[in-house]
Each structure stands twice: as structure tokens, then as C-alpha cells.
Design a protein around this ligand. Structure first.
Ligand SMILES: [Zn+2]
Length: 80
């Protein structure tokens, strides 16, 4: 049975949607030739900081978030 599946190349981060037999769990990345893994009911790779593959992005995200929080609290402190 063919179903629409999401595949992700962990090497170059490319995502592809394919109508493919549900038994198929891997594809070959057209870009780098590496194995693409099937995403099963997972949200798209995001910069919400929970992806262990991007620790740098997480740090950045956390810092920015902290700064924003600080600016916000500063503003409300001096407000009115
Ligand atoms: Zn690739």
C-alpha cells in the first residue's frame, strides 16, 4: 500500500515527501547519496531547541530567549 511519507536526509537536512510503499523505511538522498530516514509522525525539524543534532542552535535560541525575557522584565520594571 502506497502512502505519502516524509523522509529526511540527516546529512544535508533535506526533506522529501514521497508516495511510497509503507514497507519502505529508507530512501537515498538525491543530493548526497546518503540514507534518508523516514519521519514517522514527527514534527518537522525545528529550531525549538529540542533537536540534539543542533546543540549550537539550541544555545543560541536559549540565549536569545533569555535576553528577550530580560528586556521584557526591564521594560515592565521601568514602565509606568
Ligand atoms: Zn543528503
Amino acid at each position: 500500500m502506497r502512502q505519502l511519507r516524509d523522509f529526511l536526509c540527516e546529512h544535508c537536512g533535506i526533506e522529501q515527501e514521497r508516495y511510497i510503499d509503507s514497507a519502505v523505511v529508507q530512501l537515498i538522498c538525491p543530493d548526497c547519496g546518503n540514507t534518508m530516514i523516514r519521519l514517522i509522525g514527527m514534527p518537522k525539524v525545528s529550531l525549538d531547541g529540542t533537536d540534539p543534532g543542533f546543540p549550537g542552535a539550541y544555545e543560541k535560541w536559549a540565549n536569545v530567549r533569555e535576553q528577550n525575557a530580560r528586556i521584557k522584565s526591564k521594560r515592565s520594571y521601568h514602565g509606568e
